[in-house]
Every structure is written in C-alpha cells, then in structure tokens.
Design a protein around this ligand. Structure first.
Ligand code: NAD
Length: 458
C-alpha cells in the first residue's frame, strides 16, 4: 500500500494498493498473449479506439482535472489545459501511424529481386512515468505505443496514481483490451520490478537519478531503453528586445506548473545593458501571479507536489545568498500544512550556486548578468543537462547562429516552455536518450525488418 496526499492540505486522499513481484509477473504474461492479438487488429480499428479514449477524456474533463489537481496540486486551469491538449497529440499520431507502419519497396533493379522494409511493433513495453504532466508525458508514450501495435504495462508515478487509474479505466472503456493496457501501481521499487520483466522496451520519464538506475538495471537486456529526464533550461535576453514582453513570457516559462516542468526556464542570462530593467519587469510580472488554492481557477502557482522539494529549494536559496545572490522576491516556504513555496527570484546569480547547476523543479529562478553573446553561450552550455534553451532577440539570423551552438534537443526563439506534437522531444547529456513526439515518436515503438525476396523458377 502507499498513501496519496493532497499537497495543498497535506491530508491523505486515500491509500492505494501496490503491485508486487507476483502480480507484475502475472500481468506481464497476460500482456504477452494479448499483444499478439492486438498487433493483428487493423490499424483503423486501433486509431478508432485511441480517438474514443480521447473523446472520453474530454467528456470527463472537469472530473479528471479535479482529480489531477487534488493529487498533484496543479492549478485547476492548468489541469484542464493539460487534458484538453492531449487531443493535439492524438490527432498527430493517428494521422501518421498508417504511413509509419506501411511496408515500402526499395528495390532499384533486378527482375527477380525485391527488397522491402516493413515495420513491426516491439511487443510489450514498460512505460514508467512522472507525475508533473501525467497526461502529456503518458500520452507521448502509450498513445503511439498502442497505435503501433504494442501492449503497455503502464506505471504512473506514485504522486499521480489516481489519475493513472482513470487513464487506464477510460482506455478499457474505449475498447483497448484489458491486458493490452495494464496499470501497474506502486512506488520506485515496483518500477524496478517492472524493469526486471521480460519486456521488449522501456520508456521512462522522470529524474536523471532514476533514469541512471534503470539504464544500469536494463543494460544486459538488449532492448530499447528510452529516457526522458530533467533539465536546467537556460534563456538569454538580448539588449534589442522589448524587455517587458520578454519578462512576461519568461515569468510564465519559469512559474507555470509551479516551476515543475522538465522544460521550465531555470536560468536566465541578461545582457548587462537591460539587466536592471529586466529584473524590474520580471518582479512586477511575477507579483501578479496568484499563489494559493490550486482548486481556484484564478490561481497560477500552487503547492509543490512533493513535500521533500521544499527543503531542496530552501537549501538553494541559502546557498545562493551565501554566494552573493540577492533575493528580490520570495525565498521561503509559506506557512500552513500545504507544500507551498513563495515564487522566488534570485538576482546576481552565478555558477557557484546550486540553483544555477542543479534542477530546482520549483518556483525559483536565478538571473545572471552577461557582457555579450559569447559569455551567454558559454554559460548556457556550462551544464550537465541538455533539454531546451532559448534566446529573446530581434534578429532571426542572430538567433539561429546562437542557437545552433547550444547543446540541447530543443531551441526557442522568443518563446519558451513549449512542446509540439510535430517536433521531436529529445534530451542530450543528462536530459536523456531518445525521442518522443513527431514521426520519430512513432518509429521508436516499432522495429524494422529487411526483406530480401527472390523468386526462382523450378
Ligand atoms: P522520479 O525519477 O522520482 O520518478 C519517475 C518514475 O520512476 C515514478 O513512476 C517512480 O515511481 C519510478 N521509479 C522510481 N525509482 C525507480 C527505480 N529504481 N526503478 C524504476 N522506476 C523507478 O521522477 P519524478 O519526480 O516522477 O519526475 C520529475 C522528473 O522528471 C524531473 O527531473 C523532470 O525534469 C523529469 N521529467 C522529464 C520530462 C521529459 O520529457 N524530459 C518530462 C517530465 C518530467
């Protein structure tokens, strides 16, 4: 059993049943059999079922959003928006899956020889997921996996397991056979048991520390292991941009989902000539955010999902102060039983500070002054992570030139904290291995087969 807590109140919502070694083995065996049949269902049928699941999400939107807000503390407007936006992913994947699965003939010459490439599903995959966007990061994996003909053993985070339960229930209601999409619940040790099964692929979203454990545990399996991990995402604000607009956009990019997005902006570098003005605008924009009850539609910043993160943020603030940081806003947890941390802006930040090196995953931002593009670029690349990076400047040529030298999987010009179903979502360095979304995000759930065909006359 494990306990699900409402982070806004600190009160227990319910106790949930955990899987164990025996139940996981049984689920694995059932999934293996079920997958063989699922693979043979027609692609239009699989598309229809997945679309129906998405319709059911929308039909239950208000109820599901409340559940998500209750167990993760995500502000309700953001819970609604997350669930609504699943449609764009489903639309993209359902539109392209037939083409990805289509066999192609690639022979160039030869009367009797035919060369073809076909694509087959991997089989049974383990999908171990994070809590911060359970619908998004879940759908990035299980939607294309199912469409491509795989069975999925889905382990939601222990901090989003009620949501996981509803995701599975609606999948079955939509027509996905029970053993083709199977819920596995529990804390980290249950995830580790799942990794030990005879699965055909592991698709993980979560922290770098857990990703590393999974990679080590799975190293002798010879199966695809895909890891979507954390970030320490930087942005550079140049001297020739509208500073007020940049500050407004970045305030959202820093504090949306209470700073608990893998692509939250976590470091900002500002050209010295506009540094003071930027700080002023950022403080002003951030002050406008309503912090409080996540169930209230006006709230923009809610509690942290995990209590333990409060002391990590406190440590980052103390450390920043000791290295010359100036806390312009916030800097402490809020009184009460909920896990609230005040939105925090640290000026005069530098790379000696933990808040500029380690993932904060909370409502805190460090801002550092830079002399020019070269200094900004060097600092942005001075990190163990490589998920996203951005620049706010007038000229596209300057942005392209700058961003081409940044070592991250995604880059942004005059925007931030953005994911598109049409573009690959991929991390470099400690931000992970592999891609979800885009056509890549379908292909990773299949394996190609090369056909060498030769007709002979008797
Ligand atoms: P986490 O690593 O604590 O947990 C993720 C999942 O792994 C959970 O389901 C957990 O139960 C399970 N787990 C824990 N220990 C395990 C083990 N030893 N073996 C197998 N499974 C285990 O991460 P989290 O707190 O849920 O998520 C936050 C992290 O996820 C942040 O670092 C964030 O940046 C990252 N994230 C990345 C992306 C991306 O797309 N790159 C998206 C969302 C979140």
């Amino acid at each position: 059993m494990f306990v699900v807590v409402n982070p806004a109140t600190g009160k227990t919502i319910l106790e949930m049943q955990s899987d164990d070694q025996k139940s996981i083995e049984a689920k694995m065996a059932l999934a293996e059999n079920a997958q063989k049949k699922w693979q043979k269902t027609s692609i239009p049928m699989r598309i229809g079922i997945v679309k129906k699941w998405n319709d059911l999400l929308n039909a239950n939107l208000e109820k599901l959003a409340k559940i998500l807000t209750n167990e993760t503390g995500k502000p309700i407007s953001q819970s609604l928006s997350e669930i609504r936006s699943v449609s764009a992913r489903v639309d993209f994947f359902t539109k392209h899956v037939e083409a990805v699965l289509e066999t192609s003939c690639v022979s160039e010459t030869g009367e009797f020889t035919q060369e073809e490439i076909s694509c087959e599903p991997l089989g049974v995959i383990a999908n171990i997921s994070a809590w911060n966007y359970p619908y998004f990061v879940g759908a990035n994996v299980f939607v294309p996996a199912l469409l491509m003909g795989n069975a999925v053993l889905y382990k939601p985070s222990e901090f989003a397991s009620i949501t996981g339960h509803h995701i599975a229930q609606l999948m079955h209601e939509a027509g996905v056979p029970e053993n083709v999409f199977t819920l596995v619940t529990g804390v980290g040790d249950v995830g580790a048991m799942l990794v030990n099964q005879n699965v055909d692929g592991i698709f993980f979203t979560g922290s770098h520390a857990t990703g590393l454990k999974i990679l080590q545990q799975a190293r002798e399996k010879m199966i695809p292991v895909q890891l979507e991990l954390g970030g320490k995402d930087p942005t550079y604000v140049c001297e020739d941009i509208n500073i007020e607009k940049a500050a407004e956009s970045l305030a959202e990019g820093v504090f949306y989902n209470t700073g608990q997005s893998c692509c939250s902006v976590e470091r900002i570098y500002v050209h010295q000539s506009v540094y003071a003005s930027f700080l002023e605008h950022l403080v002003e924009k951030t002050r406008r955010f309503i912090v409080g009850d996540p169930a209230d539609e006006k709230t923009f910043i809610g509690p942290l999902t995990r209590k333990a993160q409060l002391s990590i943020l406190e440590k980052q603030v103390t450390d920043a102060r000791s290295h010359g940081g100036r806390v312009l806003l916030g800097g402490e947890r809020l009184k009460g039983d909920g896990y609230f941390f005040a939105p925090t802006i640290v000026a005069e930040a530098n790379h000696d500070m933990i808040c500029m090196r380690e993932e904060s995953f909370g409502p805190i931002i460090g801002i550092q002054k830079v002399a020019d593009d070269e200094e900004a670029l060097a600092l942005m690349n001075d990190t163990d992570y490589g998920l996203t990076a951005g620049i706010y400047c007038h000229s596209q040529t300057r942005a392209r030139q700058f961003l081409s030298q940044v070592n991250t999987g995604s880059v942004y010009w005059n925007c931030c904290d953005r994911v598109s179903p049409r573009l690959p979502w991929t991390g470099r360095k400690n931000s992970g291995i592999g891609s979800t979304l885009s056509l890549e995000g379908l292909r990773v759930f299949g394996r190609v087969k090369a056909w060498h065909l030769r007709a002979v006359s008797n």
